[in-house]
Design a protein around this ligand. Structure first.
Ligand SMILES: Nc1ncnc2c1ncn2[C@@H]1O[C@H](COP(=O)(O)OP(=O)(O)OP(=O)(O)O)[C@@H](O)[C@H]1O
Length: 311
């Protein structure tokens, strides 16, 4: 196991009767990265995270977290998690709720205000939890996860149920956690979310990891979309270029697979061949397209989220 692995899982499996919730998951999360765990509802994300935290016993396979077995007290002391919303008292303030949690977790009370500040709730710290918006409640959950000033933060679907503004705030908060040098694991069924805050992503479907890579690796190389006239001359010119991997007409334009460093060469060659280039743009594949290619999900799969880009 590499020494910079904060989490490592080998063939991790969980069965509930005949249901195989997690099926032979291999996973490595490196120190300091924001790692996305992306998959549709029921894919096995929560079960995997619960096994890593020692909340659920694996049926088979092995895992280590911060170099310790799941559930090890030292590893738990260095880990903050938001798996199921922690139970807060509605009639107590956000601050008092956290003070109680801090006492229970043997964390100094002096950690409470920094945790509230980290989630931008310091100004409402004295208000009753019951009066908080859903976004504020979720942020208080993250503050609870930060009480121990953890090296590793595990967040399971932290934006569930939030409105677009709440989602944006939560994403900014998660990005900040990564910038502070913490290792962050974010589980989500939202492509945009994972794409926005994570460097590496594991896609999970039906309990299996179907792919792991950086967001860029998963998206692959962007194609170049060229609008040019006359198009037959453009097509012939592009096909003759050694660094162009493929060219195909698509509607009114040509889709060219060519390394990004040759973009300027493509334009120059076309112009030299007497072609008028009227449009040129890179078309990035979204993680969503990659996911639909990799899994059994259909592009129209939908559930009740506020965003269009989801699994
Ligand atoms: N305690 C349990 N008993 C029986 N089946 C379970 C249990 N926990 C999870 N499962 C099943 O395991 C599968 C994976 O569930 P899990 O909650 O890990 O998925 P998920 O990817 O986190 O999805 P969601 O986003 O909906 O929570 C599902 O089919 C679920 O019904």
């Amino acid at each position: 196991m590499s020494t910079d692995a904060v989490i490592s899982a080998e063939a991790l499996t969980k069965r509930y009767g005949s249901v195989v919730a997690v099926d032979g998951v291999d996973l490595t999360v490196r120190r300091g990265e924001a790692f996305g765990f992306l998959g549709p509802n029921g894919a096995g994300k929560t079960t995997t995270l619960r096994m890593l935290l020692g909340l659920v016993r694996p049926s088979s396979g092995r895992a280590s977290i911060l170099g310790r077995p799941p559930g090890d007290p030292d590893a738990l002391r260095r880990t903050g998690s938001l798996i199921e919303g922690p139970g807060f008292y509605p009639y107590l303030s956000g601050r008092t709720n956290l003070e109680l949690m801090a006492r229970y977790a043997a964390v100094p009370a002096s950690r409470v205000m920094p945790a509230l500040e980290a989630v931008d709730l310091a100004g409402r710290a004295g208000d009753r939890f019951g009066s908080y918006s859903l976004g504020m409640k979720q942020r208080l959950g993250v503050a609870a996860a930060l009480l121990k000033d953890p090296e590793l933060v595990i967040l399971d679907e932290p934006t569930n149920g939030l409105d677009p503004q709440g989602m944006r705030d939560m994403r900014a908060l998660i990005a900040d956690l990564g910038d502070q040098g913490r290792t962050v694991i974010l589980s989500s069924h939202l492509m945009q979310e994972v794409q926005a805050v994570c460097q590496r992503v594991a896609v999970i479907d039906h309990g299996h990891i179907v792919t792991v890579g950086t967001v860029e690796e998963l998206r692959g190389q962007p194609d170049l979309e060229v609008r040019a006239t006359p198009s037959d001359t453009a097509l012939a010119t592009l096909r003759a270029l050694s660094y162009v991997e493929s060219v195909r007409p698509d509607g009114g334009h040509l889709v060219v697979t060519v390394p990004t460093r040759h973009t300027a060469d493509v334009t120059r060659e076309l112009v030299a061949a007497g072609v008028a280039v009227t449009g040129l743009r890179r078309t990035e594949r979204q993680l969503e397209d990659v996911f639909f290619d990799l899994t059994s999900q259909s592009g129209s799969a939908s559930d009740a989220t506020q965003e269009p880009s989801h699994v």
